[in-house]
Write a new protein. Structure first.
Length: 232
């Protein structure tokens, strides 16, 4: 295995590790604070977006980082900056142990992100001119070929592959399968449910981003208009 340094790891984590609650990479979220590598020990410091970000989502991120590290022959230590509402000890227990012992606790988040990713893929394929009957015949290799030809977004394919892996679907096989691996035969009905999942995810994401921006914004000095005066 080729040697890899801390900056390369940081770049790969930023591009590949996704928040299961909002289906964005941790690079897009801007929550990587530091990455260090000493021998085979990788330390990643993460700043949760807001004090009330879902601890379960943070646990999912930590789990994905550990899997990435193991794939590179490394031992990962995840440090979370203490900005959460949960007591730090309780948060570390959830992130460090609970989800590792029972990763199915994340399945609801994985399923929603998979559904939203598949809906996004479907929308792009339809926008490219493919009919529903043609899309139904596509498999994952066909999507990869479209990425290579420049006719499909690699980012969308990466997201779909990520969630397929987490929910236990094979890397290959038909594109149009639900989270249980069953063929989607009633596409209009599935699409209606998927749009609800998309709305739920976007709403949570907007709240998280707005709260993050407010929480991490630098202090604003009082303006002249905020200074009490005698009304003259």
């Amino acid at each position: 295995m080729a040697a890899i340094d801390a900056e390369q790891i940081r770049q790969q984590l930023a591009a590949r590790i996704r928040d299961p609650a909002v289906n964005l990479t941790i690079g897009e979220l801007g929550i990587i604070r530091d990455v260090t590598l000493a021998g085979d020990r990788l330390t990643v410091r993460i700043q949760p977006c807001t004090p009330d970000c879902w601890p379960l989502a943070m646990a999912g991120i930590a789990r994905s980082i550990r899997r990435f590290a193991a794939d590179h022959g490394l031992q990962a230590e995840i440090e979370l900056e203490p900005v959460m509402l949960l007591p730090e000890a309780e948060l570390r227990e959830m992130v460090g142990d609970d989800v590792e012992q029972d990763p199915t606790r994340l399945r609801e988040l994985w399923t929603r992100s998979y559904t939203v990713s598949l809906l996004t893929v479907l929308s792009q394929l339809e926008a490219s001119g493919l009919a529903e009957e043609e899309i139904a015949t596509l498999d994952m290799a066909d999507l990869a070929a479209r990425v290579n030809s420049g006719s499909f977004s690699s980012r969308m394919l990466d997201a779909l592959r990520h969630w397929r892996r987490d929910i236990g679907l094979p890397e290959s096989g038909p594109v149009l399968v639900d989270a249980a691996g069953e063929p989607i035969t009633d596409l209009p009905r599935w699409r209606r449910a998927a749009r609800l999942a998309l709305l739920s995810q976007r709403t949570y994401g907007a709240i998280c981003r707005d709260t993050r921006d407010a929480y991490h914004a630098p202090p604003v000095a009082p303006s002249d208009s905020s200074v009490p005066h005698d009304g003259r």
